[in-house]
Design a protein around this ligand. Sequence first.
Ligand SMILES: C=C(O[C@H]1C=CC=C(C(=O)O)[C@@H]1O)C(=O)O
Length: 372
Amino acid sequence: MNHDSFFETLETQFTNQLPFVVYSRPINSVVKCWLQKDDELHSTEFFTESGFVFAPFNLSEKSILFPKDKCEYSEIRCENLEIESVESTKITVDEYDKINHINLVLKGREAINNGDLEKVVLSRCETKVIQNNNPISIFKQLYNSYKNAMVYCWYHPKVGLWIGATPELLFKTEGKQLTTISLAGTQPYKQNSEPTWTEKEFVEQQIVTDYITRQLKPYTKQIEVSQVNTVRAGKLLHLKTKITSIIHEKAQLKSIIEALHPTPAVCGFPKPEAKTFILQHENYNREFYTGFLGELNLKISKTRNTNRRNVENNAYAVVKSQSNFYVNLRCMQLKGSNASIYVGGGITKDSNPEKEWEETVNKTATIVNVLD
Ligand SMILES: C=C(O[C@H]1C=CC=C(C(=O)O)[C@@H]1O)C(=O)O
């Protein structure tokens, strides 16, 4: 399929109000799309089906599924998508939003100082009116701008339209191999300057690493944890640790999802207390922000050679099941010309409320920079 017909088919699907997802995983230059043939709303409870999943922050609400057998799938390969460049929307600061967020952070810090919890991720939603509300063209802008993110546009007429460019892998599995990351701590990216991180960011990121390794123990073995590195996500830097392990024979995907999601990178620690705090105090519904999305139980065939000297005769294919889920961050929901952008940050006892506010403003830039 050529690029034009790939995107024309997507536009037609959207005009016909039929569900679709178009996305590209980090650093692979492949843009994939799934088009559901009708507008039925499917969900998954046990994560045993094959398809594309779009799950909310609160797993007691429905995780939406585009079942593989109800979809048409296509993909194209390209470095950059042709698109008119946009005059990016300015980042504006609403004083009312600022006061509200600072008050929320103060409440979170107070709960931490009272010993109720160690970390809580607090967020807000900011709505902007935009000129160009064509989701496919916003997707193309994001794709051209963020090569090391999972960039997506997801639509279901009975649920809504979400667009994002997330730097965070929840986890991926290939056969029995599981890979995940611990991502937290934020500062603006500055060209030609080495970042310096403070104790606050190291602590908030370590809470995520410790949580993930602890939660993986009942379901996996041979857990390996990398050193902490700095990674770039658009105009931001984060602290990242890579964690790999081997899934136990009898472990179910659903159990691993429930063990990890939501991690302290988007919820807090301890999880139940942090989640209760968020649901009580954030004053809005996160819906799919800080939920997760991605490919569920897809069969991939990999060719292996048993003998290097006689490649053709000894090549055999191994079929493995693969899933990969990304945390829905740096995202927005589009309702007509209203773009609602979702942003948050990890609060610890050392949080400075003004700085936490600025961090959320910087995070909005990922999306705002591609809006017209
Ligand atoms: C909750 C968000 O980011 C998370 C991921 C990376 C760094 C984060 C932080 O520094 O607070 C957050 O844990 C968001 O972007 O809305």
